[in-house]
Ligand binder design. Structure first.
Ligand code: PLP
Length: 398
């Protein structure tokens, strides 16, 4: 009998009851805007910011409308201007180059290695071209952060981290998002906490935090940011910084707070699922798994493997056969982006040279979501199906 998987790759867990109750409380009292508080009340948004700052160890935190907004705001806050070049990943999700374009910046793409992290040799070679790196920890793979910072420090490059896939992750125990000058997180449905849309920005730098708060649309209510810098930081910044509204509201914050409190356990559950798939795919002929270095504490909310040197037709056959058996895989090697765009040559508003080494990696790169609604047995079934189909195709070709 041919095994078929019946689960949904896009089904998240429900919002925890505590989040639903908190959201209903906010709707009952009606004060959804973050600055609309009763006497003596601390807004849910402020509490969320304080809790996320405490969790990451960052000095300041600002909650905003999306992860993309957090990144664009971070770039503005550190002074990226129209026409400035910004180094970034050739392999990431469209909102990353989009954030650079939003501030009039020009992305300069840095390649991806076979371990799915930023190619640090390519970074070193291009370090002279820009003063800023928007580093995306794409699909949760962390590069050697110490080496990355050594390269950037030597070249005078400021680092902003896109942690959309690394909320809860760390390198050598230091949380992702605290290595660079600013860390940007997404609370969109498919990330590690879910408020539909939403973003969080963290930094230890008072001026950067103050500018970000003003940009986000704080009017002159910046003193209500308990997770922000002291009022004197705003002395001139408050007159100089345009309002580009992108605040978070109390409803989203209320939904997020119980999820943050539970993040550590959720990350463990993701990793159990990740390890179950990894174990099920080990030693499959033609399938290369991605090594996870011991310095990296990752969150296995998605799974990648490489079909090195497979023909495009063979990869597409695998995707079609797996889909027939209920397993939804994505391929980063197709000529046309499907569903989402993640590679440099899809973003035609950015001039780019061909990147053969990255192209070679992406030509074999297959990706899969791992929602927490999957059981460990589901993960074993998924791995068996991929193993079965991949093994068969690989053997018929070799
Ligand atoms: C989701 C995502 C973002 C930000 O997404 P928003 O939808 O704007 O919150 C940034 N980078 C990556 C790699 C992402 O996947």
């Amino acid at each position: 009998m041919t095994e078929v998987f019946k689960g949904s790759f896009t089904q998240q867990e429900p919002i925890p009851e505590a989040g639903i109750e908190a959201a209903v409380r906010v709707m009952r009292h009606g004060r959804l805007h973050r600055y609309n508080t009763a006497p003596g009340e601390t807004a849910e948004t402020v509490l969320l910011e304080q809790e996320f700052a405490a969790m990451t160890g960052a000095r300041y935190c600002l909650a905003v409308a999306s992860g993309g907004y957090a990144m664009a705001t971070a770039l503005r806050a550190i002074g990226v201007k129209h026409g400035d070049k910004v180094l970034t990943n050739a392999f990431t999700l469209a909102p990353v180059p989009g954030a650079i374009a939003a501030v009039g910046g020009v992305p300069v793409f840095v390649g991806v290695t076979g371990d799915l992290v930023l190619d640090l040799e390519d970074l070193e070679a291009k370090a002279g071209q820009a003063r800023v790196l928007l580093l995306s920890h794409m699909r949760g793979h962390l590069c050697d952060m110490e080496r990355l910072l050594a390269i950037c420090d030597a070249a005078g490059i400021t680092v902003i981290e896109d942690c959309a896939h690394t909320m809860g992750a760390a390198w050598k125990g230091k949380p992702s998002g605290t290595w660079g000058k600013v860390g940007c997180f997404s609370c969109q449905t498919y990330k590690h906490v879910n408020s539909g849309e939403g973003g969080l920005l963290i930094t230890d730098d008072a001026e950067t935090a103050a500018r970000a708060i003003m940009y986000s649309g704080s009017y002159m209510l910046y003193e209500r940011h308990a997770a922000g810098p002291p009022p004197e930081t705003f002395e001139t910044i408050r007159y100089e910084t345009p309002n580009i509204s992108g605040r978070m509201d109390n409803l989203r914050a209320a939904i997020l707070r119980p999820q943050l409190a539970d993040l550590h356990r959720q990350c463990e559950r993701w990793n159990e699922r990740y390890r179950a798939i990894e174990a099920g795919l080990a030693d499959t002929p033609g399938v290369t798994l991605v090594p996870r270095p011991p310095e990296e504490s990752f969150v296995g909310s998605s799974f990648q493997f490489l079909l090195n040197d497979w023909s495009g037709d063979a990869v597409q056959t695998l995707l079609a056969r797996c889909l027939d058996r209920g397993v939804e895989l994505k391929w980063f090697g197709s000529a046309e982006p499907v569903g989402f765009t993640s590679r440099y040559d899809s973003w035609r508003y950015v001039p780019s040279e061909p990147m053969p080494q990255s192209d070679h990696v992406l030509a074999g790169l297959v990706d899969m979501r791992v929602p927490l609604t999957f059981s460990l047995e589901d993960c074993a079934v998924i791995a068996r199906i991929i193993r079965d189909e991949a093994g068969r195709i690989f053997q018929s070709e070799h």
